[in-house]
Design a protein around this ligand. Structure first.
Ligand SMILES: Nc1ncnc2c1ncn2[C@@H]1O[C@H](COP(=O)(O)OP(=O)(O)OP(=O)(O)O)[C@@H](O)[C@H]1O
Length: 346
């Protein structure tokens, strides 16, 4: 649905040229929710604004729904943009228009007749859950409701792609989750391709199928969300993953146990997909060949399945500890030895 091939973008400022994007390749498939994560200044806004040609690339090819965007005439580009909706961090609503009026606006611009417009606005209000708020002005709405208006407006002309520019960054965690649930719902019901830029890994974890990590104008890592969470390769990706997996209190507890039980073996298990649902530890308990203490654990749900970690203190004869770890690994569970009292790794 969206293909970027060696896309570059430079800005010229008084201080000289700034290369915001230096050779981006991306292939976003129809119906995917694709997250692009990066810190401030990484080039996220530039990248997302390129997809609907609010910015023009300095070099490279950009194909959306089979069309090379940079070679379209003004009229053709206007047409192509109808297939690409966009929502923003600060909603960008028209403050003098009601909810109805805001949602109706892109339909008016597209020349849709009044009766049809009215019907479509009602449909959109239902999709985004704003029934009863049709006549309210933006100043009378909560942040979440404002973003719902933004979403309805972006969907008005039945786009194929929805671009989300830090769409939940101005919202509290509960409202963020409600808006993310709505986006997943829309993706499923309408088969819409969604591209989100964000600096929050929670957003990626909750709704994206794939993720690309943007750093200094380059994609440094990309993949299926579950794979990236379980095996982040680059240091920057590890930092982002920690945003949702790090539990400082649990780490302190593990440090305490390490000192208190220097003769125990501590292992961190990582579960992914199906292995997260297997009663591996229960089976070890039942075998009664080693002593097991659970030190910490967590599980997260992504659009590609569950992943989680469990830290165990295992005590017993060396060969039994080794057997227990082999057993765990044979169940498709990752094992990282944190304290190697049984000298498993020689
Ligand atoms: N219009 C512009 N003129 C000059 N430089 C620009 C312009 N827009 C962006 N830049 C520069 O390009 C780089 C990437 O900016 P961009 O806004 O795309 O990053 P970002 O990841 O979206 O960051 P943020 O989250 O802070 O908006 C930055 O160095 C920025 O200063």
């Amino acid at each position: 649905m969206i293909k970027l091939n060696n896309i570059k973008k430079s800005y010229h400022s008084k201080k000289g040229a700034v290369e915001a994007l230096s050779g981006i390749d991306l292939d976003i498939k129809q119906g995917e929710i694709f997250g692009i994560i990066g810190y401030s200044g990484a080039g996220k806004s530039t990248l997302i604004r390129l997809i609907n040609m609010l910015e023009t690339p300095t070099a490279g090819s950009l194909i959306v729904d089979g069309k090379e965007m940079s070679s379209l005439s003004k009229n053709k580009l206007r047409e192509a943009r109808k297939d690409i909706g966009m929502i923003f961090q600060h909603f960008n609503l028209l403050w003098s228009r009601t909810v109805k009026g805001n949602i109706s606006f892109p339909l008016e611009v597209a020349g849709v007749k009044k009766a049809e417009r009215k019907k479509r606005v009602q449909e959109l209000i239902k999709i985004v859950g704003l029934e009863g708020r049709e006549n309210a002005y933006p100043s009378q709405l909560s942040g979440g409701q404002k973003q719902r208006v933004g979403i309805a407006r972006a969907l008005a002309n039945n786009p194929k792609v929805l671009l989300c520019d830090e769409a939940t960054s101005a919202l509290d965690p509960k409202t963020t989750n409600a808006i993310l649930d709505l986006l997943v719902d829309i993706n499923k019901k309408l088969g819409l391709t969604i591209v989100m830029i964000t600096h929050e890994m929670h957003v990626v974890k909750k709704i994206c199928h794939k993720v690309a990590v943007l750093d200094k104008g380059q994609i440094v890592e990309e993949g299926n969300v579950l794979d990236v969470f379980q095996q982040p390769k680059m240091a920057i990706t590890k930092e982002f993953v920690k945003q949702v997996t790090q539990n400082d209190e649990a780490e302190e507890a593990v440090d305490f146990v390490k000192q208190a039980h220097p003769s125990g073996t501590i292992v961190k298990l990582s579960f992914k997909g199906d292995s997260a649902n297997r009663p591996v530890v229960n089976e070890l308990f039942q075998q009664q060949l080693v002593e097991i203490n659970i030190l910490e654990g967590n599980i997260s749900q992504t659009q590609n399945g569950a992943f989680g970690t469990l830290t165990l203190l295992i005590d017993g004869a060396t060969h039994e500890v080794k057997r227990a770890i082999d057993f765990i690994e044979n169940q498709g569970v990752g094992v990282e030895v944190i304290q190697d009292a049984a000298q498993l790794i020689s």
